[in-house]
Design a protein around this ligand. Structure first.
Ligand code: BGC
Length: 456
């Protein structure tokens, strides 16, 4: 009988040691992030802050009584979606949606082409749903850093997640969409709100869970929003006079560390990943956490260990040598195997063009994946704890969406574990998976916007 090895070679351990954050390092991350968040909120430090804490112009959480039909657009990853959301009751929501693949050439082409594509998809959907001629209110979930100047005006600050279309940074994206709709000339659309996906996620969870105060995304990108006191949202023109006590703040935490304050937890692999992205030096925190980068981090460790003959010794594979070829979904697959079983792991190995005859190699591959995903969950926990401490509340729910959180077998448990260790004793929290926050959230914000516009 063959014995399954269970120990990790010291050289492999050493290669991933940088991913194993200690409790002291995590506490330090929370302290540093707290400072950066305060800088983002305050008017005088905002211009040089890296965590921008953008004002969302959403001040009302859902009452649970929102009703009606709304259109939603969801742009933020490699798929673009158009949705028709019918809020029938707070337990009965009908959603019809259609996804469109964005050609990779479009991610870096002229912005005009991207917005024409969006308008065409919208027209296609409206035709299919027989909605032409009906001016249904539309909420636009646009998941990139936006400097908002109102609920229907948002200037793109920078692209993230592999997008780099020309002619959009510095522009009001609502106007760009409106112009594309007008170029077609056959659509009656009433854009009533633009929002971040984190805000949509928070709103959709708050629709059913009264305690929800944070919206988190851990998918292709990562970011969170939270409910701040309006008086602290100094970049909002009416922060001192607004009759509404709260403002949802889109933290844009992905940029945390762009000024070097996270260098003490970054590894040499993080620096390599950063260099090959279209936005080097930007989105440092996001690049340590989110799905767009986790697979590439694992691949870089593997390539390094293979070059030293420490894993898959004697094997060669073109695939593993190619950038971005280790999909982040592989981490979820590999870590879903029960201990000692390497079924998914073996599949991944063969998809990478490797043979992997030795159990020890599989054990090591899993160990590397675990190191990268636990670091992601630890840093995310630090972020959530920072926001909970900032709000100074004792009982909170967090609405969460994104492929990493959804599909990784241990992500939820890792967050629970590390947050509990970092939070002051006695603070109660729950983590809720959001079900289509981008769509539902856009509809809820659109509903409130329409209500607020209506003559009283
Ligand atoms: C964007 C955020 C977004 C997050 C999750 C980041 O790259 O900057 O606006 O919320 O991805 O989609």
């Amino acid at each position: 009988m063959s014995v399954v090895p269970t120990t990790i070679a010291p050289e492999v351990e050493a290669a991933v040691a940088g991913f194993m954050l200690t409790q002291a390092q995590m506490t330090e991350v929370v302290d540093r992030m707290t400072k950066e968040i305060k800088m983002g909120l305050a008017k005088d430090t905002h211009p040089r802050a890296v965590i921008k804490c953008f004002v969302s112009y959403v001040q009302d959480l859902p009452t649970g009584k929102e009703r009606g039909k709304y259109l939603a657009l969801d742009l933020g990853g490699s798929n673009f979606r158009v949705l028709l959301v019918d809020l029938k009751s707070n337990t009965d929501i009908d959603i019809v949606s259609k996804s469109f693949v964005i050609a990779s050439s479009m991610l870096s082409g002229p912005g005009k082409d991207l917005f024409d594509f969006i308008a065409n998809c919208l027209a296609d959907f409206c035709k299919e749903q027989r909605l032409q001629g009906e001016a249904i209110p539309l909420g636009f979930t646009f998941s990139f850093p936006l400097q908002q100047q109102g609920l229907t005006k948002g200037i793109l600050v920078t692209w993230t997640k592999g997008f780099s279309c020309e002619g959009v940074v510095g522009k009001n994206v609502v106007a760009l969409l409106q112009e594309a709709i007008e170029r077609r000339g056959d659509l009656k659309i009433n854009i009533v709100a633009i929002l971040n996906d984190t805000v949509g996620t928070l709103m959709s969870c708050a629709f059913t869970s009264r305690n929800c105060r944070i919206g988190l995304i851990v998918g292709t990108g990562s970011n969170a929003c939270y409910v701040e006191k309006t008086v602290n949202a100094e970049c909002f023109e009416n922060y001192q006079t607004s009759p509404k006590p709260h403002m949802i703040i889109n933290a844009e935490w992905g940029a945390f560390g762009d000024n070097g304050v996270l260098d003490f937890v970054r590894t040499p692999y993080d620096r390599i990943v950063d260099k090959v992205t279209p936005n080097p030096g930007k989105q440092t925190f996001e690049k340590c956490i989110s799905g767009m980068y986790m697979g590439e981090l694992v691949r870089l460790v593997l390539v390094d260990l293979m070059a030293k003959g420490l894993i898959f010794a004697g094997e060669r594979s073109e695939k593993i040598q190619t950038q971005w070829n280790f999909q982040t979904s592989y981490l979820s697959d590999i870590e879903s195997d029960s201990p000692g079983d390497f079924r998914n792991c073996s599949k991944v190995i063969s998809q990478l063009g490797l043979v992997g005859n030795h159990v020890r190699d599989k054990l090591h591959l899993r160990y590397i994946c675990e190191a990268v995903s636990s670091r992601s969950a630890k840093l995310c926990s630090c972020g959530l704890v920072t926001l909970i401490n900032k709000m100074n509340i004792n009982d909170v729910s967090v609405g969460i969406d994104g492929s990493v959180y959804r599909f990784h077998p241990r992500y939820h448990d890792l967050l629970m574990f590390h947050m509990t260790k970092l939070l002051r004793p006695g603070i109660k929290f729950e983590l809720l998976e959001s079900d289509d926050g981008s769509g539902k959230g856009a509809a809820l914000i659109a509903a409130t916007a329409v209500q607020n516009q209506a003559p009283k």
